[in-house]
Design a protein around this ligand. Structure first.
Ligand code: CUA
Length: 159
């Protein structure tokens, strides 16, 4: 079969691009530990009630003034609820689920993650505007999904 030279060049170029793209993905995954942020730390979803952090999920103030909030999502609520944090300080959320996949979106902010059973999703946000924010579950999790709403209270801090 005769294939034009130009056609052959483009076929080889397209093939080479695929190899480069796969190489980039494999290299960054292996060398840079690039992976979904929720899939670094695992936890047994069936034994959360015996877990040192998630048995009684709560807001903790760290020595440096930052906060760590452990959150368990379960059909159809978040614990703790409401979550109360001061404005202007870094808040690290650590989320997990005891049943199915839930979402965790602090409405009006960029705090947004998935709560996946078996994994801990962690992210850090600093809330600058005091007020009350609804926390919406944005992954369909069952018949009462649309009712799964928590509340975040950001308190003003006097300086
Ligand atoms: Cu939880 Cu939708």
């Amino acid at each position: 079969m005769h294939v034009e030279l130009y056609e052959r060049i483009w076929m080889w170029a397209a093939g080479a691009l695929v190899v480069v793209f796969i190489g980039v993905v494999v290299t960054t995954a292996a060398m840079g530990a690039i992976q979904p942020p929720s899939h670094i730390e695992t936890v047994n979803p069936a034994a959360l009630d015996q877990h040192p952090e998630f048995a009684a999920p709560d807001v903790k103030t760290n020595a440096d003034g930052s906060l760590t909030v452990a959150v368990v999502a379960a059909m159809f609520s978040f614990t703790p609820d409401p979550i109360e944090v001061p404005a202007g300080r870094p808040v690290t959320f650590r989320l997990t689920s005891s049943d199915v996949i839930h979402g965790f979106h602090v409405v009006g902010t960029n705090a947004n993650a998935m709560a996946v059973p078996g994994y801990v999703s962690q992210f850090t946000v600093t809330f600058t505007t005091p007020g009350e924010y609804p926390i919406a579950c944005h992954e369909y999790c069952g018949v009462m999904h649309h009712m799964m709403v928590g509340k975040l209270i950001v308190k003003a801090v006097e300086r």
